[in-house]
Ligand binder design. Sequence first.
Ligand SMILES: [Zn+2]
Length: 98
Amino acid sequence: MWPFRRGVTVTCIACGTSLPRAEAREYDKFGDRWDRVGKSFEHLCKPCHRELSRTPAADLESLLVEAGAGECGEPEFLARYFAGVDCWETAIERRRRE
Ligand SMILES: [Zn+2]
C-alpha cells in the first residue's frame, strides 16, 4: 500500500458504505481504469464490485450525458434516454447487417 493512502476512507457509489480505500475497488465510468492521466476514480465495495455487470458499456456514458443525466428532471431525462437508446439500437442493428 502506498503510504499516502493509509487511513483514507471512500464511499461505495452503489450502496453508500464508507470503507477504507485499501479495501475498495476503483471504478472508472469510462471502463478504462488503466488510463489514469487526469482522472479521479470512484469506488465500489467488494460485494458491489462482484455484482458489477461485465457487459461492455461502450457509448453508455455519452448517452447518459446527452440525455441530461443529473441535469434535467426525471420525465425529461427518461424521454431523452429512451429516444437515445432507440437510435443506439438502430445503429447497432444496422452495423450487424453490414
Ligand atoms: Zn457497495
